[in-house]
Write a protein that binds this ligand. Structure first.
Ligand code: GTP
Length: 260
């Protein structure tokens, strides 16, 4: 029995949580909150920062891309602008990512979650080769969950909501990993409307009823298409500022980890 317990503890794997979101959705604030919650709840976390351009990181990172790649030097050396500098820094880091996975593997038996922050410009991670390399390196070794942070107050218009969901759908297709939506800023706007729109497309259609624009017509058609996509999604409301929804957030991560 002792051996079985030992084997199961040595094969225990943490869940990797890759946090992505549009600029301003509250990704960094949410990461800070998640890191604090993991510590407060007695769980063991490991934190990775993959944003080479962040100036102030409000939480401590175990592995920080900025220790390896100096993004301003990369800009100068390669004659790049800010976005090219961030992308090239991530590419340079991705070439050594097996070492990062090796470090996490060594610590794995004593970890519950690995939280991964990504660059502020979402497409640098979601639409780059290095983002794919990093995601696949994790996913081939550990249960990996992608968390897409949604700015809830900015998504109350049906057309904006639909654009955001299409983006999330693209991420699901590209990563082929369990995806969960974190509706952030629920201290300003509760995410109930989004849940209703996702669970009942007629409610979404009612919301665009009064709008006769081309966009609204397209949104009406798309919500039928996305119905299938929504079935594969888990969602949770959170407030990075107040800390609401943290317990549900990690319950959702655990459920996604089991889907894996
Ligand atoms: P970039 O890294 O610059 O792309 O932004 P980000 O997505 O990391 O967002 P950040 O954490 O910097 O937050 C953007 C703004 O939203 C800040 O003014 C935050 O204080 C605010 N914010 C973040 N989360 C919440 C929240 O849960 N509630 C409220 N009310 N504001 C929030």
């Amino acid at each position: 029995q002792g051996k079985a317990a030992e084997a199961s503890s040595s094969s225990k794997k943490p869940i990797i949580i890759i946090v992505i979101g549009m600029a301003g959705s509250g990704k960094t604030t949410l990461m800070h909150r998640l890191v604090a919650h993991v510590q407060e709840s007695g769980k063991r976390g490991y934190v990775l920062n993959l944003d080479p351009a962040v100036t102030n990181l409000p939480y401590g990172a175990n592995i920080d891309i900025r220790d390896t790649v100096k993004y301003k030097n990369v800009m100068k050396e390669y004659g790049l602008g800010p976005n090219g500098g961030i992308l090239t820094s991530l590419n340079l880091f991705a070439t050594k990512f097996d070492e990062v996975v090796g470090l996490v593997e060594k610590r794995a038996p004593e970890l519950d979650y690995v939280l991964v922050d990504t660059p502020g410009q979402i497409e640098i991670f979601t639409w780059s080769a290095s983002g794919a390399i990093i995601t696949e390196a994790f996913a081939s070794t550990f249960p990996t969950v992608v968390t897409y942070v949604v700015d809830t107050p900015r998504s109350t218009s049906p057309v904006t909501f639909m654009s955001n969901m299409l983006y999330a759908c693209g991420i699901l297709y590209k990563t082929r990993l369990p995806l969960m939506l974190a509706f952030n800023k629920t201290d300003i706007t509760q995410h109930q409307f989004a849940v209703e729109w996702m669970e009942d497309f007629e409610k979404f259609q009612d919301a665009v009823e009064s709008d006769k624009s081309y966009n609204a017509n397209l949104s009406r058609s798309l919500c039928l298409v996305l119905d299938e996509f929504y079935q594969n999604l888990r969602k949770v409301g959170v407030s990075a500022i107040s800390g609401a929804g943290m317990k549900e957030f990690f319950e959702t991560v655990d459920a996604c980890g089991q889907d894996y």
